[in-house]
Ligand binder design. Structure first.
Ligand SMILES: Nc1nc2c(ncn2[C@@H]2O[C@H](COP(=O)(O)OP(=O)(O)OP(=O)(O)O)[C@@H](O)[C@H]2O)c(=O)[nH]1
Ligand SMILES: [Mg+2]
Length: 324
C-alpha cells in the first residue's frame, strides 16, 4: 500500500472526515487505491445498521432522511447518509437541491452526508454504494441511510445494500401501483406512505395494504406507515419500526443469514464484472468485426458468434489459469 493510501486508512480509523471523503471518491472512480483502503479496513466493517430508502422521485425520501437523521443524532447515534443518484451529475438538479436542504442536519459532527452519482465505479454504482457504506461503517457510523430513486429498472438494487428497505411512496399519481409494477413492494421491509396530508392518503394506504396482502418477510409482516415528513409527523414511528425490524431479524436468527445472502449477491456482482473484463478485455476490434460479419451474412447466429468470441478470448495464450 502506498503512503498516501495508508494515511487515508489511518485517517478513517482516527475519525478524519476528509480522509473518508477522499476514499469514497477513490471508490467512486474505480481507483484501485479505493479497494486497497477497503481491504485494510475490512475487519472494522459489518457493525452498522444499513437502512435503504427508495421510491419514486419526489415522494419525500430526502425529507424523511432529514427527519431520521435528526431523531438518530438526538438518540446519540452516529449517522452516515449516502444519496445515490444515477442521473448525470450535469443534470442532477435534484441532488443539488438535496444538498442545500440537507445542510441544516449536515453540520452536526455526528452526521456525514455524501452524494454519489459517478458511473465510473468498478461494477457500477451499486457496487460503489455498497463499498462506500462499508467505509462509513469502518468510520464508526452506527446507522447508515442510503437514499436511491426507485423507478422501474433501478441501477441500484437497494435490497443488496440495505438490511432494512424503506419504500417511500406518496398518495399521488398511483405510486402504489407503480411501485408494485416496479417490484418495489417485493423488496420493502417497511412501506412509508408519505404526504399523508394530501387528499387520497387513506385510500392509497388501503390499496397498498391490499397489494401487500400481509406480505411476510422472515415472519415479519411488512407494515404501511403514514407520515407527513415535511412536518415531521409519524417519523419517530418509522425509526422505531426500523429498529423493530432489526430486532426481529436478530431474534429470528435470520440476521446473519440475510447478511450473508446480500454478501453473496455483492460477490456475484463483482465476479460478473471481473469476468466481463477478463473475457471482453482480451478481444480485439478485429475479433468483433469478424463476429459481426458472420452474423450479418447468415453464417452464424448471435448466440454462436458470442460463444465463439468467449472461447476465443479464453484461448489467448498467456492467460493464467484460474485468475479471477
Ligand atoms: N405535502 C407534503 N409535501 C412533502 C412532504 N414531504 C416532503 N414534501 C415535499 O415534497 C417535495 C419532494 O421532497 P423530497 O424529500 O425532495 O423528495 P425525494 O423523494 O427525495 O425526491 P428525489 O430525491 O428528487 O427523488 C419537496 O418539495 C418536499 O417539501 C409531506 O409530507 N407533505
Ligand atoms: Mg431526494
Amino acid at each position: 500500500m502506498g503512503g498516501g493510501t495508508a494515511k487515508l486508512v489511518d485517517g478513517i480509523r482516527g475519525g478524519d472526515r476528509v480522509s473518508l471523503a477522499r476514499s469514497i471518491t477513490l471508490i467512486e472512480n474505480g481507483d484501485p487505491r479505493g479497494e486497497a483502503i477497503l481491504a485494510a479496513l475490512s475487519s472494522r466493517t459489518g457493525r452498522a445498521l444499513r437502512v435503504g430508502l427508495t421510491g419514486p422521485p419526489g415522494a419525500g425520501k430526502s425529507t424523511l432522511v432529514r427527519c431520521l437523521v435528526r431523531l438518530l443524532t438526538e438518540g446519540g447515534h452516529k449517522v452516515g447518509v449516502l444519496a445515490v443518484d444515477p442521473s448525470s451529475p450535469f443534470t442532477g438538479g435534484a441532488l443539488l437541491g438535496d444538498r442545500v436542504r440537507m445542510t441544516s442536519v449536515a453540520l452536526h459532527p455526528n452526521v456525514f452526508i455524501r452524494s454519489m452519482a459517478s458511473r465510473g465505479a468498478l461494477g457500477g454504482l451499486a457496487v460503489a454504494a455498497a463499498a462506500a457504506a462499508d467505509l462509513l461503517d469502518a468510520f464508526g457510523r452506527d446507522v447508515i441511510l442510503i437514499e436511491t430513486v426507485g423507478v422501474g429498472q433501478s441501477e441500484v438494487d437497494i435490497a443488496d445494500v440495505a438490511d432494512t428497505a424503506l419504500v417511500v411512496l406518496s398518495p399521488e399519481s398511483g405510486d402504489g401501483i407503480q411501485a408494485m409494477k416496479a417490484g418495489l413492494l417485493e423488496i420493502a421491509s417497511v412501506v412509508v406512505l408519505n404526504k399523508a396530508d394530501r387528499p387520497g392518503a387513506d385510500r392509497a394506504s388501503i390499496d397498498i395494504e391490499q397489494m401487500l396482502a400481509l406480505r411476510q418477510e422472515n415472519g415479519w409482516t411488512v407494515p404501511v406507515l403514514l407520515t407527513v415528513a415535511e412536518r415531521d409527523e409519524g417519523t419517530d414511528e418509522v425509526l422505531k419500526t426500523v429498529f423493530q425490524h432489526r430486532d426481529h431479524l436478530v431474534a429470528e436468527g435470520t440476521w446473519d443469514r440475510q447478511r450473508r445472502a446480500k454478501i453473496r449477491r455483492r460477490i456475484r456482482l463483482a465476479a460478473e464484472h471481473r469476468f466481463r473484463i477478463a473475457v471482453l478485455g482480451r478481444l480485439a476490434r478485429q475479433d468483433w468485426d469478424e463476429a459481426v460479419e458472420e452474423v450479418a451474412t447468415g453464417r452464424a447466429t448471435v448466440a454462436q458468434a458470442a460463444a465463439d468470441l468467449v472461447s476465443h478470448a479464453g484461448a489467448v495464450p498467456g492467460v493464467e489459469e484460474g485468475t479471477p
